[in-house]
Design a protein around this ligand. Sequence first.
Ligand code: NAD
Length: 293
Amino acid sequence: MATLLDGRALAAEIEQRLQAVISDGLPQAGRPPGLAVLRVGDDPASGVYVANKEKACTRVGITNHGAHLPADTPAAEVLATIQRLNADPAVDGILLQLPLPAGLDEAPLLAAIDPQKDADGLHTLNLGRLLKGEPGPRSCTPAGVMALLAKAGVALAGQRAVVIGRSILVGQPMALMLQAANATVSVAHSRTTNLAALTQQADVLVVAAGRPRMIGAEHVKPGAVVVDVGIHRKPEGGLCGDVRVEEVEPIASAITPVPGGVGPMTVTMLLVNTVASWCARCGVEMPLGDLVH
Ligand code: NAD
């Protein structure tokens, strides 16, 4: 039976470390770290995500500089808000919550965020830094997966890793981080043929396809570590992932639960990026290097 990779427990442990970094660094910095979560419109799922992020900030001592703009806000006004936050010395991290209302193009707005304050690690410059192995804020979900694997002592060097999904948000940066950890990585996507033949080779299988319960026992090598990034609301209530957990749990060596696996780690890595930016901007020592890949 697989060990559960407990994202809630690791998130709580990292939050304690962040609290300590913040309280130790406050005398030098003279102010707490600041994160601005910028929300435009009223996408209901975003409301829950933004509230979770704001609560997590409060728990560790990060000041929330968030703004909630109406759905009909013109692009120029959203841009002006981003520029104001870029210039605000009390703001160390900025996150533009997606999806944006129809009619607002996310690309120029994401590009306008100061790369140093890019708490989501999705700015083109920071994705390029990841590609080149240079330091910079990392995409939160794959960075959270790497932290979970490290905590569980999963050795990656020389191992076969398969990532299902090639989005800029999850799949692509995930593959780069696993490769940087010396795994041999394959990326599967919606046009991959004979998916099971590929995934059965995986020592580490990361599933980020966004398809409820698509991965079953036939896709998994016995003893593999399975990370389920997917998160879906079930029609009958409750949440499920991309993995049929009741089939995979008996054969995998470790698996992330949904909920309570990757989800809490995504929020925590947002806090890590914000605190790392605060350390850099305020000359505070940053003892979080093990969390940045
Ligand atoms: P996306 O829709 O942008 O990308 C999905 C990827 O999966 C695509 O590259 C597509 O080619 C691939 N894919 C789709 N069907 C496939 C199939 N049948 N076989 C192989 N590949 C297939 O989604 P995303 O933004 O990358 O998110 C993926 C999932 O992760 C979603 O369920 C999302 O809700 C979830 N997610 C969770 C967190 C978290 O914190 N837990 C964070 C981000 C995303």
